[in-house]
Design a protein around this ligand. Structure first.
Ligand SMILES: *Cc1c(COP(=O)(O)O)cnc(C)c1O
Length: 396
């Protein structure tokens, strides 16, 4: 008989969510605006602020993908432009570039963080400049070419990218950063929260993320105008008239007041969720410390603090005596335990075939050797016992 499924990462409610949602029903705020929407936005901004004088604001939306899309819309990305994006990511990062018709230029990851490699990024920028692409307000493009509009790093599985080096490149070149912090709510780099580094940043509250609203996202920025514009664009870009009047194309991307109620409840337990995921990671780390040929994604030094949304590792079959990631994944699957290969790089996806890629292929090797382990904050003791029974069978 099959035991119940152990998920990679499943929703984990804290209790307060129901009250906020009930309140929305009781007051009939079942609309894409209302006190939960405003409250959730304030909670997020408060959580992300490093200091009280920071001018951080948030717009909550229907998804993280929508937040990234609106960021690109507001930067004016169009079909003659190019956008630099981490290849090692989920398609939610890359698809909005396609929605705007721009060229995707993929950047490799580096060993330390598994995130955007600053050297590969520089190489990609040099190449695009030599091709005649411009940089907004700095370099005029050649005829027929557009601008390099954005750099899109990701904090994969919660691990912060090397934001100091990437910000330095952004400042020197004048190409803004759109930060994909969808997996990294609660992570910090040099004491600053992920989700506050970009000119605009995206969060996700999809069902498998560290906190969830069943589906949702947020756009965060230190520039209030972007957030206000995002609210405008996400509610169909309605001009300030008594009748429906539109001077530009908008989107139906605003989060509803019911959904935002779940978010307010989840914000109450976010710190606890980070601790729980980090405790999971520590548990796996202790086990694999004794295993030759298995390496976990690891905080490089004190500058990096990961929420360890998913505990991820790479398995070198040469060192493990033939055990590879597929073997582990299938052994787990037989026991109804969900594991997943590390994300397949976007430049290898059939849908992005033929796109440019800069780097040596670090992310390809990570994909081939890498696995994500069950990492939910609601994993029970008996579930961990089942997981470690399989791991012990394989590795001891
Ligand atoms: C989940 C995720 C997204 C998209 O978020 P949605 O809310 O599902 O649209 C984008 N980027 C990364 C890296 C993600 O993990």
């Amino acid at each position: 008989m099959q035991l119940p499924k152990i998920w990679l990462s499943s929703p984990h409610m804290g209790g307060g969510e129901r009250e906020f949602v009930t309140e929305a029903f009781d007051t009939n705020w079942v609309a894409p605006l209302g006190p939960n929407v405003t409250g959730f936005e304030e909670d997020i901004s408060e959580f992300l602020k490093t200091s009280q004088d920071q001018t951080l604001t948030t717009a909550v939306l229907t998804s993280g993908t929508a937040a990234l899309h609106l960021s690109l819309v507001m930067l004016g990305v169009n079909s003659s432009d190019a956008v630099l994006v981490q290849s090692f990511t989920f398609c939610g990062t890359t698809n909005p570039i396609v929605y705007q018709g721009a060229e995707l230029v993929f950047v490799d990851s580096e060993r330390d963080t598994w995130n955007m490699d600053p050297n590969a990024l520089k190489e990609a920028i040099q190449f695009l400049l030599s091709e005649g692409f411009g940089i907004h307000e700095k370099i005029e493009p050649k005829a027929g070419k557009g601008f390099i509009r954005a750099i899109m790093p990701v904090h994969l599985y919660g691990m912060p990218a090397k934001m100091d080096e990437l910000e330095c490149i952004s400042r020197e070149t004048g190409i803004p950063i759109v930060e994909d912090a969808a997996e990294a709510l609660g992570s910090t780099f040099k004491g600053q929260k992920c989700g506050t580094f970009g000119l605009m940043s995206a969060l996700s509250f999809n069902g498998n993320k560290i906190i969830t609203t069943s589906g949702g996202g947020a756009l965060v920025s230190n520039t209030k105008e972007f957030v206000e514009k995002a609210r405008f664009l996400s509610t169909q870009a309605r001009d300030n008239e008594p009748h429906y009047q539109h001077s530009q194309i908008g989107y139906n991307y605003r989060m509803s007041n019911v959904v935002a109620g779940i978010g307010r409840g989840q914000m109450e337990v976010l710190d606890e969720r980070v601790s729980q995921r980090r405790a999971n990671n520590e548990r796996y780390r202790r086990f694999f410390a004794k295993v030759f040929g298995v390496e976990l994604q690891t905080e490089l030094n004190g500058d990096f603090f990961s929420n360890f949304w998913l505990t991820s590792l790479i398995i070198d079959p040469i060192k493990t005596g033939g055990v590879d990631r597929e073997f582990v994944r299938l052994e787990m699957e037989r026991e109804n335990i969900e594991c997943r290969p590390l994300w397949k790089p976007m430049h290898l996806q059939p849908v992005f075939a033929g796109s440019k890629f800069f780097g040596t292929g670090v992310c390809v090797e990570l994909f081939e050797k890498g696995l994500c382990l069950p990492s939910g904050s609601n994993l029970r003791e008996d579930e961990f016992e089942r997981i470690f029974m399989v791991l012990n069978r394989i590795f001891n």
